[in-house]
Design a protein around this ligand. Structure first.
Ligand code: G3H
Ligand code: 13P
Ligand code: ZN
Length: 311
């Protein structure tokens, strides 16, 4: 099976009350860990590549790694550009074999967001590629996101119909309280996603796939391992997994996870070096790191996304 778009997987996810995991990939071990878990669990998959990942690993290497994963797993896999910041970046990925792109113009004024998104949609659809857009602004990693955060960060449900209609985008990322990175909520506060906004958005866009960025849960066991093995990540807090599960049962069809993979990999390698100070063969520490990514993704597929057996 060749790479697929997200069209069919989102339709099934929307109707089935589950979500597809969109995991960021940067190297071979990350691709292997994610796809081995998905294969074992027969789960559909989105592998996503950021601008930074393309700069780090090179477009061609990443494409070939993902193509290898398709051959090895036989799963429906979509290759997605994460946070495309310009028409040129999106075009380069569309021309270069991606099946899905995100144009993230969410920091621009409404009309500029619409104009740029529309331009990407026209080019993408002419080439059989689907487009994710974003409305609302996710907090940065250092910002406090809790119930008292500025309402202006959240997506305004009254804007979504006009935005989707005028842009023709295929899915929409919204801001309901998630944020990127490992420091999502102020220590001592109770993380709570704005399900009222999600409900109102989906009421206005029936059947339309919604995307959640910034959806790592920051498992405390990995933060602890990092801190016990020379790291320093006090106050790292993520989105509670039961809230993500709830979102997956609603209109959310794609859940983005990157930081949790980074934590699993880094915690495993830090501990490995502490336990084996004389080892220096990269295969020795990358092997357990890859296994930790596989375990993390398997857990997400079964306990958070609910997409096991849906490939
Ligand atoms: O949302 C951003 C993703 O975690 C990718 O991060 O730009 O550092 O590759 P990156
Ligand atoms: P996390 O930082 O919560 O993993 O979010 C990743 C993401 O949204 C990628 O686009
Ligand atoms: Zn994101």
């Amino acid at each position: 099976m060749p790479l697929v778009t997200t069209k069919e997987m989102f339709e099934k996810a929307y109707n089935g009350g589950y979500a597809i995991g969109a995991f960021n990939v940067n190297n071979m071990e990350i691709v292997q860990g994610i796809t081995e878990a998905a294969k074992d669990l027969n789960a559909p998959l989105i592998l996503q590549v950021s601008k930074g990942a393309r700069a780090y690993a090179n477009h061609t290497y990443l494409i070939k790694l993902v193509e290898a994963a398709v051959i090895e797993t036989g799963l429906p896999i979509a290759l997605h550009l994460d946070h495309g910041d310009s028409f040129e970046t999106c075009k380069s990925c569309i021309d270069g074999g991606f099946t899905s792109v995100m144009i993230d113009a969410s920091s621009k004024p409404f009309e500029e967001n619409i104009a740029l998104t529309r331009k990407v949609v026209e080019y993408a659809h002419d080439h059989g590629v689907v487009v994710e857009a974003e409305l609302g602004t996710l907090a940065g990693v250092e910002d406090e996101v809790n119930v008292s955060a500025e309402n202006s960060s959240y997506t305004r449900p009254e804007d979504v119909q006009e935005f989707v209609q005028r842009t023709g985008c295929d899915s929409l990322a919204i801001a309901i309280g998630t944020s990127h990175g490992a420091y999502k909520f102020k220590p001592g506060t109770k993380p709570q996603l704005r399900f009222d906004i999600l409900e109102e958005v989906s009421r206005r866009l029936p059947g339309f796939p919604i995307v959640l960025h910034g959806s790592s849960s920051v498992p405390q066991e990995f933060v602890k391992i990092i801190n016990e093995n020379g790291g320093n990540m006090p106050g790292a807090i993520g989105v509670p997994e039961d809230q993500l599960r709830q979102a997956a049962s609603m209109a959310v069809c794609k859940i983005n996870i990157d930081s949790d993979l980074r934590l699993a990999m880094t915690a495993t390698i830090r501990k490995y070096f502490n336990d084996h100070p004389d080892h220096f063969d990269p295969r020795q520490y990358l092997k357990p790191a890859r296994a930790a990514i596989k375990d993390m993704v398997a857990h997400k597929i079964v306990d958070v996304l609910g997409c096991d057996g849906k490939a």
